[in-house]
Design a protein around this ligand. Sequence first.
Ligand SMILES: Nc1ncnc2c1ncn2[C@@H]1O[C@H](COP(=O)(O)OP(=O)(O)OP(=O)(O)O)[C@@H](O)[C@H]1O
Length: 269
Amino acid sequence: MGLAGVDLRLGYHGRRVVDGASIGIEPASVTALVGPNGSGKSTLLRALARLHRPEDGQVEFPDGSDALALSAKEFARKVTLLSQSRPTPSGVSVRDVVGYGRHPYRGRWRNDDPDGNTAITNAMDVTGVTAMADRAVDELSGGELQRVWLATCLAQDTGVLLLDEPTTFLDLRYQIEILDLMRDLADDHGVAVGVVLHDLNQAAAVADRVALLDRGRVRATGTPAEVLEAAALSETYGIRIDVSTDSATGLIATQPVGRHLQRPALQSS
Ligand SMILES: Nc1ncnc2c1ncn2[C@@H]1O[C@H](COP(=O)(O)OP(=O)(O)OP(=O)(O)O)[C@@H](O)[C@H]1O
């Protein structure tokens, strides 16, 4: 299961912010969306998740079927989005919030969802929130809450997982764990992962494919080595960005260059 946006035109109150963007979120693969603030990454991801209605263009599954034609429940069994801003419910336990992820499987009866408890337990386990299962979500730190929302998405058990800046608020350990988790989901479970990342080095490390957005258009798509290229990045972000390849790992490393790097102490080292 994957998902594609084809020639999407998206805007707010008549102002066009994404103009003819096409992007494929492939199964068993991680696709990273990168680009400057305001380039349209979140809007594009929200359109793929059907939370932003396109003015033009299609959202479709790999067989060409129209994702906009499914019922809300059918769509929610296939695609989920970890978005940047979700209102935090007050007085609701972590376990119950993670259980929200099961809504597409629940009907009128209690035992409509035989896989529910296992899905909830697994999702809490891999995101490291099991120990806080009985705490109220409005008492959690930003990073803890971020992991609970991720667990909610995982409990939804979809073939397409869209993540908008999932490492924001997280300490280094959980940033790395979430990148690891994305790879595991793609490699071991065939999930199509689409993720907005600001850290280009994280994008280079985790993604199979990168899409570089620039003022509402997809400027380049391809492997990290093809897309994370010094001239294109420097022009897109409006600062000098050096790019190198680690000879041992083959990983792309990007280094934005500012005056703070030109201090004598750094230059002599
Ligand atoms: N709810 C909204 N109403 C009006 N304009 C919006 C709204 N949300 C986003 N925009 C505008 O749409 C454009 C694209 O925003 P979007 O959030 O998609 O960019 P982004 O690349 O995700 O940015 P960032 O890196 O800052 O999160 C911006 O100019 C933004 O001001």
